[in-house]
Design a protein around this ligand. Sequence first.
Ligand code: G3P
Ligand code: CA
Length: 320
Amino acid sequence: ASASGKGHGLPVPTVIGHRGASGYRPEHTLGSYQLALDLGADIIEQDLVPTKDGHLVCRHENDITATTDVAAHPEFADRKTTKTVDGTALTGWFTEDFTLAELKTLRAKERIPGTRQRNTLYDGRWEVPTFEEVLQWAEREGRKRGRRIWLYVETKHPTYFRKLGLGLEERLAKLLRAYGRHRKDSPTFLQSFEPSSIQRLRKLVATPAVVLLSTANSRPWDFVEAGDPRTVADLVKPEGLEWIAGYADGIGPDLSLIIPRDSSGRLTTPTTLVKDAHAAGLVLHPYTMRNENSFLPADFRRGTDATAYGDAFGAFKKYF
Ligand code: G3P
Ligand code: CA
């Protein structure tokens, strides 16, 4: 069986280095991606946001306060600002206010030092990578290893950036085409919490794509903007899954949509989502299985932030 059930040829369960080996190195750096690959991750994940001059860079969010040394740069002190991103007011420094050249003067740092092996030892060592640099790194690693390197690329806040004139999808599609990752059999998954971002990408490239689903009561931000009343709870019903299957290859549900937990954190009865998603012909890539998820099997709690995705769940099967 493959992770996708559709011939992607990945092991089951597939281990994705979530933001690289982000349990060991500052997330979304070439050092973090390299370690994830060296540790044996099957796929390496990137989150994408744009710079002021339209370059795609790898950061989990456009607010770079927590993951770079920007606060220590007096020349950027006046860039600190408060803005509302997808309905949430944030104060900090934001990628869309920096040119790529400016962003490259910053260095990445650990987001949450002091927990387990997360520490400040590697702070200052790596730049914020562009997605193009990651594509080039993947080509180099692929040549070295005699295989293509799988990537898992997320568009972050796509509606927000589109309204700023910094649409992510066209920029991403251009890079995917330039590096031969625009085909149905490309070793790449595209992912977004906003279904319209995946629909837009689907018109531009044939690369496999997954709609991310947050918790049941949440609404994708593009739905909020468009006045679409559906919640994630609606999307995981059979008719919602059919709708997704019209333009995507799979779903990436929050674990709680598969194994809800009660108020004391105990696992409750699994939902029918695994069965229903498969019935709709969708691959299923749940997130995020971390060391902190102590209910997960020990071999998936090795201390990395690797996300174990897998269509058939392998070792996780006993939970379903
Ligand atoms: O693939 C799912 C996962 O990437 C979503 O979580 O870390 O981007 O908030 P995150
Ligand atoms: Ca992500």
